[in-house]
Design a protein around this ligand. Structure first.
Ligand code: MG
Ligand code: MG
Length: 270
C-alpha cells in the first residue's frame, strides 16, 4: 500500500530530512585522510541523539541480522550497507555515507559519496555522473509520471557513460516506516510502474558501479560489494511529489558549504 502524506505528515518528514542533512554535514566536517569510519559514526550518533532523535539504522533487522551502527559507510568497491570500522580512510578513497534518523515518528534517509584526498579522474567522473543521475531522476518525479520514468532516466544516463546500475538494491517510499512502498529501482522502462501522486514521499538513491552491475554480500552479511571490485558511488535524496516540480526534502547544501562547492570531492579543510 502506498501512503500519500497529508500536510502535517509532510512537515514531520521535512524536519526528519533536515536533521539527516545536517548530520551528513557534521560528518563532512570530520572527513579527512586518516579518520576512521567508526569515528565518523560516533560524530553522527552524537549529533542525532543530541537533537532528540534516534539513529534509524542502528538495530535495523533483516532476518536475524541486526545492523550495529548509525551510519552505513561504504568505501570504494563497497556499494552500500558497509559497517563502520577502525580502518583509516586514505587519499584516493571514496566513501558513501548513508544516514537514517527517526524523529517524532517519521524517518529521514539520505546519502552522499565523499572523496578523500586526491582522487583519480575516473573516480571523480563516476561520482559526478552518479550525482547527476539522482537529479535526472528527481526531474521525472512529477504527478502523472510513473516510477519507471525515474528508473529509466537514471539507468539510461549512467549506462550512457558505460557504468553498471545495481539491480539488487532500490530506492523506496519513506514515512512512518523507513522503507515503504513503492520500490524505486534505478533501472526500468519509462511509462511503466506505479503512477506518481501528490503527497507521495520517496527516496531516490542511484547506486552506480564503474564496472559490472553485479554485486555480492560480504562475510559480515551486510556489506554489498561490486563483483569486479571496481568502485561504486551512491547519492540519495528524499523527495516529495507535489504539484509541478518535486520538493527535495533533504539537501546537500550543508555538506557542500563545507566542502566548498558541489562536485568538489577533494577535502582541503582538514
Ligand atoms: Mg539511505
Ligand atoms: Mg534509502
Amino acid at each position: 500500500m502506498v501512503h500519500l502524506k497529508n500536510l502535517q505528515e509532510i512537515q514531520h518528514l521535512r524536519e526528519s530530512a533536515q536533521l539527516v542533512s545536517r548530520t551528513l554535514a557534521e560528518v563532512a566536517g570530520h572527513m579527512r585522510e586518516g579518520v576512521t569510519t567508526l569515528e565518523l559514526d560516533k560524530v553522527a550518533e552524537a549529533y542525532i541523539t543530541g537533537h532528540n532523535a534516534r539513529p534509524a539504522f542502528k538495530g535495523y533487522k533483516v532476518g536475524r541480522e541486526v545492523f550495529p551502527s548509525t551510519l552505513c559507510t561504504s568505501v570504494n568497491q563497497q556499494v552500500v550497507h558497509g559497517i563502520p570500522n577502525d580502518v583509516p580512510l586514505k587519499s584516493g578513497d571514496i566513501v558513501s555515507i548513508d544516514c537514517g534518523v527517526h524523529l517524532n515518528g517519521y524517518y529521514g534517509d539520505s546519502a552522499y559519496t565523499f572523496g578523500v584526498g586526491q582522487l583519480s579522474d575516473e573516480v571523480i567522473k563516476l561520482c559526478h555522473v552518479t550525482y547527476d543521475s539522482l537529479y535526472k531522476g528527481i526531474d521525472k518525479s512529477r504527478v502523472g509520471f510513473r516510477v519507471g520514468d525515474i528508473s529509466e532516466a537514471i539507468q539510461s544516463y549512467c549506462e550512457g557513460h558505460g557504468y553498471g546500475v545495481v539491480r539488487d538494491l532500490v530506492g523506496h517510499g519513506i514515512g512512518r516506516s523507513l522503507h515503504e512502498a513503492p520500490q524505486v529501482p534505478n533501472f526500468g522502462r519509462k511509462g511503466t510502474g506505479r503512477k506518481l501522486k501528490k503527497g507521495l514521499t520517496i527516496c531516490i538513491e542511484p547506486m552506480i558501479n564503474m564496472g559490472t552491475h553485479e554485486v555480492y554480500t560480504g562475510e559480515d552479511r551486510w556489506t554489498i560489494n561490486t563483483l569486479d571490485e571496481l568502485p561504486s558511488a551512491h547519492y540519495e535524496h528524499m523527495v516529495l511529489i507535489d504539484k509541478g516540480e518535486a520538493e527535495v526534502l533533504s539537501t546537500f547544501e550543508y555538506i557542500e558549504n563545507i566542502i566548498e562547492a558541489p562536485y568538489k570531492l577533494e577535502f582541503t579543510n582538514g
